[in-house]
Design a protein around this ligand. Structure first.
Ligand code: F7E
Length: 317
């Protein structure tokens, strides 16, 4: 393990010189789209110029022929512009870009500088244009994990309700396990190229919420529109997770709206499937099952701690 910093070219160059790596996976970034509006310069430095620093270190160390580089590119490059989808209604490797956040703009620099170094210096440098990928390890402020954590807490009686921003947004959510395997496959390919990794299915945030509650046997109905939309419990089928029928569990909070939103993303992974033989093992349902099972277990530990706390309080009274 080495201490690294994408804003420090000397540090990166020294680490790469010491390690003489066969492969570099640049997954380093400030990756939260909403936060990038608050820290645009930092994001440009880390996500954009940080990519250049790695490429340039490999080049000046004379490792162009030894070190293969994977750049974590993103579906945020497309910005969800409907007119830029292909004939089949998907974004693919030839769809034009139109980023809608400082994060997307910084990542577009990372994309092009990777492609440029590949062409200019004949380096094995590739972009994986990954659509959203989730798992139980997803950061707690990204929408999927925020939902699975909140739903688990609400089902266990640890929390009353929760708040989200744009429920209409649609994302192509895949499982991180499948996507990370594909990152590795990209660097084992015969030629350096850019690849779209996606499931080809898109789902609204609202439907993701319903699916997460369904995992604990709770059905919902949504009422109201825009900032007034709310979700209420309509049925509970599991003995373990019983809530009052009609209970309000979700409201919209405009704090979570973004200055510019990416409304809909859906990717076409045909190239990765046909050329590299990538076969994803998960769909959204199995991914959600994984995330909910993990968060329910995690939150049950909170219940145990809470009960132990109550017991101590009772004894001290
Ligand atoms: O938002 C909406 C939000 O923050 C998804 C990153 O890994 O994937 C990720 O970017 C959608 C957006 O991910 C809340 O407005 C509603 O439309 O989970 P997210 P993202 O912005 O799609 C791409 C591929 C990356 O490259 C990024 O690094 O959900 N949404 N309510 C909300 N989002 C959040 N975070 N929190 C809410 O309360």
């Amino acid at each position: 393990m080495h201490y690294g910093d994408l804003t420090d070219a000397m540090n990166l160059t020294r680490i790469i010189q010491e390690c003489q790596p066969d492969e570099i996976y640049n997954l380093g970034a400030m990756s939260h789209v909403a936060v990038s509006f608050d820290t645009p310069e930092y994001v440009g430095n880390v996500d954009g110029l940080g990519t250049l620093r790695i490429l340039e270190a490999v080049r000046i160390l004379g490792l162009e022929k030894k070190t293969r580089i994977y750049q974590a590119s993103t579906s945020e490059l497309y910005g969800g512009m409907p007119e830029n989808k292909n004939d089949k209604g998907f974004y693919d490797e030839s769809s034009p870009f139109y980023p809608r956040s400082p994060y997307g703009v910084a990542k577009i620099y990372g994309f092009w500088i990777t492609k440029n170094y590949r062409e200019a210096y004949d380096m094995f440098a590739c972009n994986g244009i990954l659509f959203n990928h989730e798992s139980p390890r997803r950061g707690e402020t990204f929408v999927t994990r925020k939902i699975t954590r909140a739903v688990s807490k609400i089902a266990l009686g640890l929390q009353d309700k929760f708040y989200l921003g744009n429920l209409e947004a649609q994302r192509d959510w895949g499982h991180a396990k499948d996507y990370v395997r594909m990152m590795w496959m990209i660097l084992q390919a015969d030629q350096p190229e850019d690849w779209v990794i996606a499931t080809g299915v898109t789902t609204t945030v609202r439907d993701f919420v319903s699916m997460a509650f369904n995992q604990v046997g709770i059905s919902l109905e949504f009422k109201g529109e825009g900032v007034d939309e709310k979700a209420y419990v309509t049925a509970c089928s599991k003995q373990e997770f019983q809530l009052a029928i009609g209970k309000e569990v979700l409201s919209v909070d405009p704090t979570y709206f973004r200055p510019t939103e990416v409304d809909l993303l859906i990717g076409d992974p045909s190239k990765a499937k046909n050329k590299l033989g990538w076969v994803p093992e998960h769909d959204l349902a199995s991914e959600l099952k994984d995330m909910m099972a993990s968060d329910v277990e995690l939150m049950k530990k909170d219940v145990t701690l809470l009960n132990a706390g109550h017991e101590i309080l009772k004894q001290s009274e």
